[in-house]
Design a binder for this molecule. Sequence first.
Ligand SMILES: Cc1cc2nc3c(=O)[nH]c(=O)nc-3n(C[C@H](O)[C@H](O)[C@H](O)COP(=O)(O)O)c2cc1C
Length: 171
Amino acid sequence: MVVAVIYFSRYGKNIQAGRCQYINVGNTAMVAKKIEIILDVKGTEIVPINQYPDDYFETKVRAQQEFLNNERVKIKPVNFDETEHSIVLGFPNWWGTMPQAVKSFLMKYDLAGKNIYPFVTHEGSQFGQSLDDLKKLAPRSQVMSGLPIRGTRAYKSENAVINWLGNLDLK
Ligand SMILES: Cc1cc2nc3c(=O)[nH]c(=O)nc-3n(C[C@H](O)[C@H](O)[C@H](O)COP(=O)(O)O)c2cc1C
């Protein structure tokens, strides 16, 4: 079975290893990289046209406004093989659900008939409302068993990822 790995992640100041520090690779990207290696596929990022600030708290404020206004955040084209039957979709939990940019992706691309395997990185809320939102935004897709990873533990998520993918029998 061939899979497309698609994810959103943010670089810059972030909570990692218990404190706010500058990081080059976002937590979700870190998990995505492990998935890419295990599945031997190259992932694709969902990239907003208007980048988020480096600052963690400024990002939180902007993301909250976008969430409260249910803004359709503009994203760059996401290049993935739309014939793939399975999509591994990763995102951070932002304000209790997926970032608006990920909602934009789901509105822009038709994933009907596909199996979506979601994973989330978070600081305690796990998937929050995101699975309900995912089902609403991709009503003709099958939302499969997902993997929540605490963002601060993304760097050591390998075993959790291997177990999850193994149980999905994707390889
Ligand atoms: C804008 C914003 C909102 C967030 N909201 C939540 C939240 O509601 N619940 C939660 O558990 N974590 C929340 N977090 C923490 C992130 O989910 C967590 O740090 C995640 O691993 C970030 O992933 P990334 O580095 O790939 O962007 C939030 C972080 C940001 C920047």
